[in-house]
Design a protein around this ligand. Sequence first.
Ligand code: KIV
Ligand code: NA
Length: 276
Amino acid sequence: MKSHVDFLAMKEAGEKITMLTAYDYPSAKLAEAAGVDLLLVGDSVGMVMLGYASTVEVTIDDMVHHAKAARRGATDTFIVVDMPFMSYHISLETSLTHALRLFQTTGAQALKVEGASTEVCQLITRLTSAGIPVVAHLGLTPQAVNVLGGFKVQGKTEAGAKQLIEEAKKVEKSGAILCVLEGIPEPLARFVADHLKIPTIGIGASQACDGQVLVYHDLLQYGSARLPKFVKTYADLNETVLQALKQYVKEVKTGQFPALKHTYSSQEQQILRWED
Ligand code: KIV
Ligand code: NA
């Protein structure tokens, strides 16, 4: 299994880092088989798997449930688990307790937190010194969507760009092992990637980042409806799945399925018993 030491070496060697979200056994298994460098059990699970309106509704129980399944699917891949909304903002003590549960019960290699407030940076340092590696997440931080006023590109103004650069310095200094950059312009992403020692992982943050992350269901067009500009789709599972399911319904109705080859012979019938 690769570790963050390997990710650092990859940045230094100019080798791009691939990250993908995964929320369950089959998605994690396929991502591992595809050679993805690291997986994120993102709180985007709330929207793409559970049908919530935003990540604000995601609970620690949701994260534990899905992270455990992803772990079973990808036993040999570095897994990052998101700390969900407000689970790290009440007090340092409760944040540490929640982090302990998320890290210990899921078998993850790191936890991810959004933002770079004094409290979040303090938490990054405390977790790191306790042996829990932390991934930072800056720019468009979805848990703050109601404060940001919507899903908007961040760091577009000079003041906004300066703030993001300061935040990036702070999370690195606090001990973060990686920094996810979401929804920021290319020049800002390039500046941050060039100036940080730790790898930057971009989503809607251009080619300039040291790696990329996408949401599994967006990349595959599986259940997702409207996709943001930064997503590239590599398959259309919505269409594939819908056609397959329609065909199944049709074939059962018309008696085409099950056919003879799906049917047991008389010899196999001998083992059947009618139990009262
Ligand atoms: O929850 C998530 O999927 C994320 C990525 C988009 C970075 O945080
Ligand atoms: Na997230």
